[in-house]
Write a protein that binds this ligand. Structure first.
Ligand code: TYM
Length: 364
């Protein structure tokens, strides 16, 4: 019997950051460690996804390899026989499956995806007006003027990434959950029309129960300068972002100067106190405890300074260790793993593609 598949991908549009690590990578590593042998783990770089927003194309190839090294530094055991690392573009079935799925995905569904609106806003053409309220049809139309077709259909490529491998669990942060749900909807639609083609994927929240007594959370680490928005690789300034490869001392400084309120109470309330709540979330996630636990520990503190210092120390310690592991990654061995992973996944993906080609009448 084949094992249930856990799959996740991280775009190589820039170095990965703490949000990527806490929101996605860590869950995969923890599942692999605590349930050794129970699952198949697919961890890949969606390199075709990496230029749905503008990038330096001269760096993409190397950035892709660098990001795979980060998976290993984060603890992914690539020697595990049930683990596969690969690049999306090395498996052409992803692209053909995208086309087929796109013919069973509605324009209206894609318009409802919040990510493309946020990204289109971020990368709007200079001087063009963008309405703030993107919920109206006029605002969506306005955004459409400076958005590539690739950015718009990107969730279909993501659905192909997931459905080609009969994925069961998809560990992603909160921002990508809507896309996993779309993949599921498209899978249900095609299964209803053609008979069972795909297993149905589910979002997998972060491994640690960061909030007591509740389900695993869909994590959204915020930008340190503007905690109203998520920490993002595509942020132009990078001032509020902690990159996994940046100097631990500089990351600690960013934590110390993170935007907070003037209330001086260490209370978790993402709506009213996003800055301090974000730091509580980061501390809780790095320590593997609940946000409630962190608040209890600091409940008598009347100032943010010592708490910020503790989080800064925690981040500094984490990055120092992480980067030691990164320096020790055997690049040559990893390239070999990539080769074997891509060969194996081409076989799996081609078999699923053939099933779907037959179902839609492309093959006898
Ligand atoms: P990407 O590359 O933007 O982000 C990679 C992963 O990191 C998570 N993440 C966050 N989690 C918590 N807080 C944050 N601030 C934060 N920022 C990012 C994302 O939710 C994601 O899990 N389309 C995807 C990549 C992709 C993919 C897939 C993922 C392509 N195909 C198939 C899973 C399955 C993306 O752009 O993620």
């Amino acid at each position: 019997m084949s094992k249930p598949v856990i799959l996740t991908g991280l775009r190589a549009n820039n170095d990965l950051h703490l949000g990527n690590y806490l929101g996605a990578i860590r869950s995969v590593v923890a599942l692999q460690k605590h349930h050794a042998g129970e699952y198949q783990v697919n961890m890949f770089v969606p390199d075709l996804h990496s230029f749905t927003t503008p990038i330096d194309h001269g760096k993409l190839y190397q950035q892709t390899l660098e990001n795979i090294k980060l998976f290993v530094a984060a603890g992914l055991d690539v020697d595990d026989p049930n683990t596969f690392v690969y690049r999306q573009s090395a498996i052409p079935a992803h692209s053909e499956m995208t086309w087929i799925l796109s013919c069973f995905t509605y324009y209206g569904e894609l318009r409802r995806m919040t990510q493309f609106k946020e990204k289109a806003k971020q990368h709007k053409v200079e001087g063009e007006s963008v309405l703030d309220n993107t919920d109206t049809p006029e605002a969506t139309e306005d955004l459409a003027q400076h958005m590539t077709a690739g950015l718009f259909i990107y969730p279909v490529l993501m659905a192909a990434d997931i459905l080609l491998y009969d994925t069961k669990y998809v560990p992603v942060g909160e921002d990508q959950s809507q896309h996993v749900e779309l993949a599921r909807d498209v899978a249900v639609r095609m299964n209803n029309k053609f008979g069972k083609l795909f297993d149905l994927p589910e979002v997998y929240g972060t491994y640690n129960h960061t909030s007591e007594g509740k389900d695993p959370v869909r994590l959204r680490i915020r930008d340190l300068v503007n905690p109203e928005k998520k920490m993002s690789k595509s942020d132009a300034s990078g001032k509020g972002v902690i990159f996994l490869t940046e100097s631990p001392a500089s990351a600690a400084k960013k934590i110390m100067s993170a935007t907070t309120d003037s209330d001086n109470k260490i209370v978790y309330d993402m709506e009213k106190k996003p800055g301090i709540s974000n730091l509580i979330q980061i501390a809780a996630s790095l320590r593997g405890v609940s946000t409630e636990g962190v608040c209890r520990e600091y409940k008598d503190q009347k100032q943010y300074g010592p708490f910020k210092q503790a989080v800064a120390d925690e981040v500094e310690k984490f990055l120092t260790l992480f980067q030691e592991k990164l320096a020790a990654v055997d690049e040559k061995a990893l390239l070999q793993k990539l080769g074997t992973g891509e060969a194996a996944m081409n076989k799996t993906a081609n078999a699923k593609l053939l099933l779907v080609q037959k179902a839609v009448g492309l093959r006898p």
